[in-house]
Design a protein around this ligand. Structure first.
Ligand SMILES: Cc1ncc(COP(=O)(O)O)c(C=O)c1O
Length: 372
């Protein structure tokens, strides 16, 4: 059993007790006037966090269900989608997109570099028929942050639909669908929104949805058009097509209240400050950030251990001697770096100081074993 460990992984994250409490309340029906009002308020909170007045869908499933729903529902028969991928989760977008649209254009970029304006412009020049672009905001596999604001501006100038995977960034990194020209944005309950795993979240900007709502989609459960049909038809008692995951939604609602009580700007700043704090403290012990601050995601921090200390040893000692769980590197960073989720409750001195203290002991122990 894994109970009893402190989570510092990049999601699912440690939950505040008031969020956990929501999951042990008796289950109530997922329909009826009172529940529907509560659900609509929760969707209102999500609209505030995404910063959009368009529809938001909370779909039982993980973040990938949200990605599948967004891609399959928001790309029309006349569209041609381009995925710019610079890591494992960019590759996942490509995998989902090609499963629906085999003609999707995929630009595989270096895992060490953010997706710059010039990369986007080169790709658009190479694929002139493109009408939609999708990228990952915080590439959780490596800890790289892609500059979605300037990519969104470029897409808007060119009349290209812009879709973003903000699964590990929403609620922790500055994001505004409205201001950043994001047409479709996907997130999940279990990361910076302080909820449990279980809900994929998809938000669509109003002007984009007025176009997309008429798209003919294949499939049913993950079709946003199905979800909207029920949101309209059963608006006052059951505004979605399925049995809502009541405990997960209630817990996410409490997480969202925490996010908005703190305030989005204050929250983004806290995540940035805690990331800088963690980088400085670990650098003093010989750990090296995989990316410099201007490219690093504030919510997923990837670090290389000092010479002589392996990723496996760090992770095993943290787990066995200090009860702390972190994540290993993925893809080309496997065995070379480890990852910490600086997200929500975890982005705090209270959570991160014990981790830094543990690293200090591990480094000292390793040095004494090697007689350095
Ligand atoms: C950026 C990103 N995209 C997609 C996913 C997949 O989300 P899920 O595991 O909730 O399906 C993750 C999960 O870590 C992620 O970090």
């Amino acid at each position: 059993m894994l109970d009893g460990y402190d989570l510092l992984i990049p999601g699912p994250t440690t939950l505040d007790p008031t969020v956990l409490q929501e999951m042990v309340r008796p289950v109530v029906p997922h329909y009826g006037a009172a529940w529907t009002a509560y659900y609509q308020e929760t969707i209102g909170l999500l609209k505030n966090v995404f910063d959009t007045s368009g529809p938001v869908f909370a779909i039982p499933g993980s973040g990938s269900a949200g990605l599948d729903a967004a891609i399959s529902s928001c790309i029309g028969s006349k569209d041609r989608l381009l995925i710019l991928a610079n890591g494992f989760f960019g590759d996942r977008l490509a995998e989902i997109a090609t499963s629906h649209f085999p003609e999707t254009a995929i630009e595989q970029l270096s895992v060490d570099e953010p997706i710059t304006d010039s990369r986007l412009l080169d790709a658009l020049a190479k694929h002139p028929a493109i009408t939609a672009v999708m990228v990952v905001h915080s590439e959780s596999s490596s800890g790289l942050l892609n500059p979605i604001e300037s990519l969104g501006a470029l897409c808007r100038e060119r009349g290209v639909t812009f879709l973003v995977d903000a699964i590990s960034s929403l609620g922790g990194v500055e994001l505004s669908m409205d201001r950043m020209n994001i047409d479709v944005c996907v997130s999940a309950s279990q990361k910076c929104l302080e909820g449990p795993p279980g809900l994929g979240l998809v938000a669509v900007a109003p002007q984009a949805w007025s176009r997309m709502k008429a798209y003919a989609t294949r499939g049913w459960y993950l079709s946003l058009q199905t979800w909207q049909r029920y949101a309209d038809k059963w608006a006052d008692w059951h505004p979605y097509p399925i049995t809502m995951a009541v405990p997960a939604l209630r817990a996410l609602r409490r997480g969202l209240e925490r996010v908005l009580d703190e305030g989005l700007s204050a929250r983004w700043l806290r995540h940035r400050e805690m990331a800088a704090w963690l980088m400085a403290r670990t650098a003093a012990l010989g750990f090296e950030g995989v990316f410099p601050e201007n490219r690093a995601s504030p919510t997923v921090i990837a670090l290389r251990p000092p010479e002589g200390l392996s990723v496996e040893t760090v992770m095993a000692r943290l787990r066995e001697d200090h009860n702390l769980l972190i994540a290993g590197g993925m893809g080309s960073y496997k065995g070379k770096a480890f990852r910490i989720g600086n997200m929500g409750v975890q982005a705090s001195i209270a959570r991160l100081q014990p981790f830094v203290d543990a690293l200090e002991l591990i480094v000292a122990q390793e040095r004494s074993e090697r007689n350095v």
